[in-house]
Design a protein around this ligand. Structure first.
Ligand code: 9MR
Length: 558
């Protein structure tokens, strides 16, 4: 007791549900035994560490401590002779409830154009930033009805990340992911109180949150032609200052095919979800379907309006140098939109366009690769697909993705599917999206190995990884204190805004920030503000964390 926790013992720093697997990883040590100690220091369980195994992404040799037999609720530490003790953890029926609240609540803190009030935000209260009620039409977006220099109103939505811009492509996958949590865990979502201004209304808080962003996305559509502006942005990234201090002009830029298709997909999907609340949200489902169709039609007329910022800057001024979310492969966006439009309209042509059987194998979704989101939706609604449609094949696509992820996890002493190639910018979201795919497969097939691997991914994100950090601000004993997040850096509170998932280890180190300990992929992480390639936060990273936390909170007792 009182000893400093050892960095060599890595485990989920929140803890574990009473039932199910529990494991820790012990790095680079000759130890062979472990014990679990209760709050009084008494040994409640002892065991042997597994034989040493190498994990390629971290270039470490590690052993595992398995202690699933520990089922009594309480607060414990893991002790390894000659190594030390772990950070404390709990065993409980609700180990992830606060995490689920926090990961969804983070989106409230991300809101633009509204004051974040102390009543809901505590010390992280701040004045409203970026009203976005007079956004300039950039020359790249000029049309007859809206010439360059005229203004439109597009308030609200979430800031994308550590910066203050709002990007349609990245918003779409993030909003969809939150909607799926509400749809797939409805009873649980109904009870999840995130303590935001809308808490207490008839809608689940996570749905209110998704609608907050969706309302902004709808303003990004030009009603004259159905096209959707790629982003709403300043010309350059802002300094590190609070949102209300940034007064730089804001622009909507070029309408892009990706933005139109992603908007169509999420608006169509949202129409399905909101139909459950006709009284609270009158007419919304029909409006969303109409707008989704208009965006789809625009995308058919403009199939390759790729967002290429370099080309844009050669032709137009002012130059725009913020996040690009440029994607040149749009077949997956088209498939996703078609799948959602089929479910929203039941027009057969969309099912044909979605080509769910002809698509390449399912992959783990990311902002630039979204076809598997369409598969999630079709699988979820497979009972309503036309007679004769091969739903077994759909489920098989998802199951085979899950099988390959489970097989990879079995190869890894950390128990996760992450391989060296997965350590890209936002690697933690790669992991979280792997887990989300595994939960989808479990829902469709009942495969408990898939669900178990999803749980292992949460363990990874919360501390059982090669850095020893829990990657969610404010959740765990050792969490990022200096995320690349402007409000967290510019405010006067020591602790960053809670509930945010940082990008995670990334050997690319594109930020050239000093202080990375190594370029070894799974350890290439530093808790420094300048490390935007490893320590930024983003809506598309937080959304799968929120999904996973809600799912595993809902499933904790099974
Ligand atoms: O998440 C994005 C990652 O996949 C890209 O490699 C990277 C560089 O283009 O950009 C990331 O997205 C950033 C966006 O462009 C601007 N806001 C912050 C995002 C997270 O770093």
């Amino acid at each position: 007791a009182g000893a400093q926790p050892s960095a060599a013992i890595r485990l989920n720093q929140l803890g574990f549900p009473t039932t199910g697997a529990k494991a820790a990883v012990v790095a680079d040590s000759a130890a062979t035994r472990f014990a679990v100690l209760d709050a009084r220091g008494d040994t409640v369980l002892a065991g042997a560490l597994s034989p040493p195994e190498r994990w390629a992404p971290s270039e470490e040799v590690v052993r595992r401590a398995e202690f699933g037999a520990l089922r009594r609720p309480g607060r414990y530490v893991l002790a390894v002779p000659d190594v030390g003790v772990s950070t404390p953890f709990v065993v409980s029926d609700t180990p992830y409830h606060e995490l689920a609240r926090g990961a969804v609540k983070a989106f409230y803190f991300f809101r633009a154009s509204t004051p974040i009030e102390a009543r809901w935000a505590g010390p992280w209260a701040r004045p409203a930033g970026h009203p976005d009620d007079r956004v300039l039409v950039h020359p790249s977006a000029a049309s007859d009805a809206r010439p360059a220099g005229t203004t439109i109103a597009a308030p609200g939505g979430w800031y994308d990340a550590g910066d203050y811009n709002k990007y349609v492509v990245n918003s779409a996958i993030s909003t969809y992911t939150l909607l799926l949590a509400v749809e797939q865990f409805p009873a649980h979502a109904a009870r999840l109180d995130t303590d935001v201004p809308e808490s207490g209304d008839a809608l689940p808080d996570a749905l209110d949150e998704a609608l907050w962003n969706l309302r902004w996305m709808r303003r990004m559509q030009d009603p004259a032609d159905g096209g959707v502006y790629h982003k709403l942005t300043t010309a350059e990234f802002d300094r590190f200052e609070m949102p209300d201090a940034d007064r730089a002009p804001r622009y909507v830029v070029q309408k892009s095919t990706a933005a139109a298709l992603d908007f169509a997909a999420v608006a169509a999907h949202a129409s399905l979800v909101v139909r459950a609340w006709p009284r609270e949200l009158p007419g919304l489902a029909d409006s969303l379907t109409r707008e989704a169709l208009a965006a789809w039609r625009w995308a058919r007329q403009h199939p390759d309006s790729v967002y290429d910022q370099r080309r844009l800057n050669e032709r137009h001024a002012p130059a725009i140098n913020t996040g690009a979310y440029g994607d040149t492969q749009l077949a997956d966006e088209r498939r996703w939109a078609a799948a959602e439009l089929y479910l929203a309209t039941r027009a057969d042509s969309f099912l044909v366009a979605a080509e769910p059987h002809a698509a390449p194998a399912a992959d783990v979704p990311s902002w630039g690769s979204v076809r598997t989101l369409g598969l999630y939706s079709l699988v979820d609604h497979r009972a309503t697909l036309p007679a004769g449609f091969d739903t077994t094949a759909l489920v098989r696509r998802l199951a085979s993705l899950a099988d390959s992820l489970v097989a990879r996890a079995r190869q890894s002493p950390y128990g996760v599917p992450m391989t060296t190639r997965d350590f890209v910018w936002g690697s933690n979201a790669v992991a979280a999206n792997q887990a989300m795919a595994l939960v989808q497969a479990w829902r469709a097939t009942g495969d408990t190995a898939a669900l178990g691997t999803a749980r292992a991914v949460l363990d990874y994100l919360l501390g059982r990884n090669a850095t020893g950090y829990s990657f969610v601000t404010g959740f765990g004993a050792r969490t990022p204190m200096h995320p690349h997040h402007r409000p967290s850096e510019a405010d006067t509170v020591v602790a960053p805004v809670p509930g945010m998932l940082v990008g995670g280890p990334n050997p690319g180190q594109q930020d050239r920030c000093a202080g990375y300990p190594t370029r070894v992929p799974a350890r290439s992480y530093v808790d420094a503000t300048c490390a935007y390639a490893a320590n930024e936060i983003a809506i598309n990273w937080n959304a799968p964390l929120a999904y996973l936390a809600v799912a595993l909170d809902a499933l904790a007792s099974r």
